[in-house]
Design a protein around this ligand. Structure first.
Ligand SMILES: Nc1ncnc2c1ncn2[C@@H]1O[C@H](COP(=O)(O)OP(=O)(O)OP(=O)(O)O)[C@@H](O)[C@H]1O
Length: 232
């Protein structure tokens, strides 16, 4: 029962993210920029600290945009009339997003600028990053794309149902990463079996149909393949 409540809270929270993504053009711009920056980060040897700062910066922009949306909704609930206080509340919230966005531009400039002149050489030489770094970023990109697609199709709840199956996408993304890292047929086969079990259990539980699960698997494999082929 407690687990069910926990899952429900997650669903409500992810619903909030999906709502913001669906209704706020700025949020779609932020998410696109975040995916772009994360992809770009794969081409550089970023330190742990730089990666941490990047994650904090991306989170800050997304969080402020969501708080801004929340405040806008609250104000619109209270009044549809012009009110000086409503204006102040909305403007201040929008100001917070602006500061977070300027901060993001500054962070990107400081982290990437001096490395940018090396980029052609780096891409050509296919810089090898640590597998854990590439896997982690692939996973985040898979999750962001799954959430965006679920928002686009607007079916099911965030953790259950909808197109595509997020669990399957993540499972197959991990199998693909395991395949690249281990290069061991037995380990790859065993991981594949686990991923297939996850996909099957999503259908068995009635959360997804075959098409959603297959789309999830294809998405997970393709994105991870693309990232590992380019980088690893
Ligand atoms: N009820 C109101 N009273 C006074 N001014 C308001 C009111 N509603 C909106 N405004 C003004 O209009 C601006 C835009 O408000 P709106 O609710 O349209 O946000 P938005 O265009 O969706 O903003 P964002 O691009 O940040 O999502 C606010 O920043 C505020 O200055």
């Amino acid at each position: 029962m407690r687990v069910r409540k926990l899952i429900d809270s997650f669903n409500y929270a992810i619903d909030g993210i999906i709502y913001t993504l669906k209704t706020q053009r700025n949020m779609r711009i932020h998410i696109t920029a975040a995916i772009g920056v994360l992809l770009l980060s794969l081409f550089f040897r970023l330190s742990k600290l730089e990666i941490l700062i990047l994650f904090f910066t991306i989170s800050l922009v997304i969080i402020t945009e969501m708080l801004n949306t929340s405040i806008e909704a609250t104000i619109d609930l209270i009044t549809d009339q012009y009110h000086e206080l409503a204006k102040i509340a909305k403007n201040v919230a929008a100001g917070a997003v602006l500061i977070a966005s300027f901060n993001a531009i500054l962070v990107a400039y400081i982290i990437f600028f001096d490395k940018l002149n090396l980029v052609t050489e780096i891409v050509l030489n296919k810089v090898r990053q640590t597998p854990i770094h590439v896997t982690f970023i692939s996973l985040i990109i898979v999750v962001l794309i799954v959430i965006s697609l679920k928002a686009y199709y607007g079916k099911g709840t965030p953790l259950r149902g909808g197109m595509p199956s997020g669990h399957t996408a993540i499972a197959f993304s991990l199998v693909t990463a395991v395949a690249f890292i281990s290069e061991n047929t037995l380990i790859i086969t065993l991981s594949l079996l686990l991923a297939i079990l996850i996909a099957q259990s999503r259908i068995e539980a009635g959360f997804h149909d075959l098409v959603q699960v297959v789309m999830g698997a294809i998405l997970g494999i393709c994105i991870t393949l693309l990232i590992f082929q380019t980088i690893y």
